[in-house]
Design a binder for this molecule. Structure first.
Ligand SMILES: Nc1ncnc2c1ncn2[C@@H]1O[C@H](COP(=O)(O)OP(=O)(O)OP(=O)(O)O)[C@@H](O)[C@H]1O
Ligand SMILES: O=P(O)(O)OC[C@H]1O[C@H](OP(=O)(O)OP(=O)(O)O)[C@H](O)[C@@H]1O
Ligand SMILES: [Mg+2]
Length: 282
């Protein structure tokens, strides 16, 4: 039975639940459920605080988990990132009241509020900056106005929380985060069921990022057409009843589909259809 750690609250919880549902796993019935056994699929889902997930997985108590890259790095746990999951993307940045700091060197001697002291202390050490880290649980953007810090280091997505607090980012982003799949750092055999679980998540990500395109094209133009639609491995080409024409089927990136259709039409393809992929194994 594969033991999976799943975020129970916060920004990661809904998107993680959605991904697991698309991968065919049972959902918890109530937001208060702690554990869900999905015997049919050979997994047990443990709903935990996102910040704690890397610790459970790093200790080996649980086999895999979904958490944020920033939380993984902050925890210092010996869990490793297996793959990014494509949601909860953000950057982790320094910010200070507008016009007060323009470079990380300005942080020397400052009080920096953050919920991610592990990341910040490591970054300051790497830069050789001596500053005081003030650990807060959340709503870090209010800390400067309320007088407990001179600058903050926090998650930034749209930047609207910073703007509300009259703060502006400075320096390069400390890191780019998103939801990630984590497992133990030990180099031993993956847990039983890990490969199937990972393949299902890979399938969900591919189904989200790709669409299926099919079109009819004169046979003598196929080579040029498949340059536009090379597919994951190789496109499927089937004969049409109409002499001299074939049908091509191929997966293409969702965000490029309209441009590819324009290119195919210009080349002479007709009957160009794009459909969603509900599920796949790649
Ligand atoms: N606005 C956001 N956009 C994208 N990702 C975010 C955002 N806020 C937090 N995250 C990500 O969510 C994870 C933090 O999980 P956490 O449960 O603390 O989320 P939260 O939304 O801050 O929850 P809480 O309400 O408990 O503060 C981190 O990986 C972080 O990068
Ligand atoms: O750049 P934005 O789009 O504004 O998003 C970033 C904000 O979202 C998160 O806060 P959250 O709502 O989780 O509150 P918290 O600070 O209490 O964790 C994060 O900590 C930032 O404050
Ligand atoms: Mg938060």
């Amino acid at each position: 039975m594969l033991k999976i750690a799943v975020p129970n609250k916060g920004s990661l919880a809904d998107a993680a639940a959605q991904m697991l549902q698309e991968a065919g796993y049972r959902q918890r019935r109530s937001a208060k459920d702690l554990v869900v056994l999905d015997a049919d699929n050979g997994v047990e889902l443990f709903y935990l605080r996102p910040r704690d997930i890397a610790i459970y997985v790093g200790e080996g108590t649980l086999d895999v988990g979904i958490t944020g890259r920033d939380l993984l790095l902050d925890s210092g746990a010996s869990a490793t990132e297996v793959m990014p999951l494509g949601f909860a993307a953000s950057t982790f940045r320094y910010a200070a009241p507008t016009g007060t700091m323009s470079d990380t060197a300005d942080l020397a001697g400052a009080r920096i509020a953050t919920s991610y002291p592990g990341i910040v202390e490591r970054d300051l050490t790497a830069r050789g900056i001596d500053a005081t880290v003030v650990r807060l649980d959340g709503a870090v953007e209010s800390s400067v106005r309320l007088g407990v810090a001179d600058a903050i280091a926090d998650v930034v997505e749209t930047g609207s929380t910073l703007r509300q607090a009259d703060l502006e980012v400075f320096g390069d982003p400390i890191l780019a985060s998103e939801a990630v799949l984590v497992t133990h750092a030990r180099g031993d055999e993956p847990a039983e069921g890990f490969d199937v679980f990972k393949r299902r998540l890979d399938g969900v990500i591919a189904a989200r990022n790709y669409v299926m395109v099919e079109y009819d094209i004169p046979s003598d133009l196929v080579d040029r057409a498949v340059e536009l639609t090379p597919g994951m491995d190789s496109p499927t080409i089937s004969p049409l009843r109409l002499e001299g024409w074939v049908e091509v089927r191929s997966m293409v990136p969702r965000d490029a589909a309209q441009k590819i259709m324009d290119g195919l039409y210009d080349l002479g393809a007709r009957g160009i259809l794009v459909t969603d992929i509900l599920a796949c194994r790649v």
